[in-house]
Write a protein that binds this ligand. Structure first.
Ligand code: HEC
Ligand SMILES: [Cu+2]
Length: 355
């Protein structure tokens, strides 16, 4: 009776687990929905190793079941004494050679892909002006936000990486404080961002797969880095080449900060320059600022990487960032009144470059 109850509980647990697992595989951020050349290759390795492991498990379980059923004491009698066997060359060869073959099958594509996916020599091919011919993006990871700098295009953006589809995009990864890790699960990765040294790799965003997710992928920090590590998200806008070129042009064209229009926004600009400009740039090349570049803040999908992008959340963020992202580097560094916050939000929502 008791075991039956236990069995029912176990069954219930397994069903619940199935539902939880069914939630895996959201196309925007799942390794199981590869959306580009790199992700495809990594997915192939994943499936190959899982396939080999399953094969081993199935064969071992079958042999185990066979032995269990065939050599039951009931069948052989209570007094049966099994024969002592010492050493069996044939069997020993079989269980040495088969694993070696399996390991070779796994090792060859793994080593080949490790080298080909790590091939970033193209970054160093430069034209006469010293510009790389490839699209290169310098990624700086910070507690708990991301900066993306495009050295050839001379633009900087934060929290939202913008890339063209169907083209290799080369990344140089670096961290400003502690070790983080750059990961766009559906497209590839992950690779550590270190304080010392630069890690390099490339990704390719498939145009058709990008359209399936309305050109938006999710990215994550994949290295436990502090209390708000789980909130250190970023977004990737993967645009067709023409749209990407237009975005670059739009970004570059704001060589002066966009003028504030409403009187509230003008008031906000004053407060911003006094209390916030020490950390936040509102120019396209605002590199090296202590906080995210806010030039195109109005175009972002989210606030601080994960809050819905609306004025209510923006006000909440400015009023008390600590309550939203514990341990972030903006909290407690300024003093503004509720009126100031209203004005600041009006000003920040106007920071757009998307024309
Ligand atoms: C000490 C430097 C510092 C000061 C001063 C500062 N910030 Fe920040 N700000 C940051 C940092 C760092 C972040 C990134 C926080 C995170 O996501 O972990 C940030 C994030 C933000 C974001 C979200 C950006 C995004 O891309 O989603 C907004 C909006 C913002 N700050 C507005 C302000 C306003 C308005 C003020 C002035 C009242 C201000 N900040 C003052 C450092 C600062
Ligand atoms: Cu991190």
């Amino acid at each position: 009776m008791k075991t039956r109850l236990k069995n029912t509980k176990m069954f219930g647990l397994l069903v619940a687990l199935l539902f939880v697992l069914a939630g895996c595989g959201q196309p925007r951020l799942s390794v199981l929905h590869p959306a580009g050349e790199v992700a495809d290759k990594q997915f192939f390795l994943l499936m190959l190793s899982i396939g080999i492991m399953l094969l081993v498990i199935v064969v071992v379980v079958l042999i185990f079941l066979f032995a269990m059923i065939k050599f039951r004491r009931k069948k052989l009698g209570e007094d049966f004494e099994p024969k002592d066997v010492e050493g069996n060359h044939k069997l020993e060869l079989v269980w040495t050679i088969i694993p070696v073959i399996l390991l070779i099958i796994l090792a060859i594509p793994t080593v080949m892909l490790t080298f080909s996916l790590g091939d970033t020599k193209a970054i160093d091919k430069v034209d006469e002006k010293g510009k790389s011919k490839e699209l290169v993006i310098d990624v700086t990871a910070n507690l708990y936000w991301w900066e993306f700098s495009y050295p050839n295009e001379k633009i900087v953006t934060s929290q939202e990486l913008v890339v063209p589809t169907d083209k290799k995009v080369y990344f140089r990864l670096h961290s400003a404080d502690v070790k983080h890790s750059f990961w766009v699960p559906a497209v590839g990765g992950k690779m550590d961002t270190n304080v010392e040294g630069i890690n390099k790799f490339y990704l390719k965003f498939d145009d058709k797969k990008a359209k399936d997710v309305k050109n938006l992928f999710y990215g994550k920090c994949a290295e436990l880095c502090g209390p708000s590590h789980a909130l250190m998200d970023f977004k990737v806008k993967a645009l067709p080449k023409d749209d990407f070129d237009k975005w670059v042009k739009d970004m570059k064209s704001v060589d002066k900060p966009v003028a504030a229009t409403s009187s509230q926004a003008k008031e906000g600009e004053k407060v911003f320059n006094k209390s916030c400009a020490g950390c936040h740039a509102v120019t396209p090349t605002g590199e090296g600022a202590k906080g995210p570049n806010l030039t195109n803040f109005g175009d972002r999908e989210l606030i601080a990487g994960y809050l819905n992008h609306d004025e209510k959340n923006l006000k909440k963020w400015i009023k008390d960032p600590e309550s939203i992202k514990p341990g972030n580097k903006m909290a407690g560094k300024y003093k503004v009144s509720d009126e100031d916050i209203d004005a600041l939000s009006a000003y920040l929502m106007e920071r757009k470059v998307d024309k």
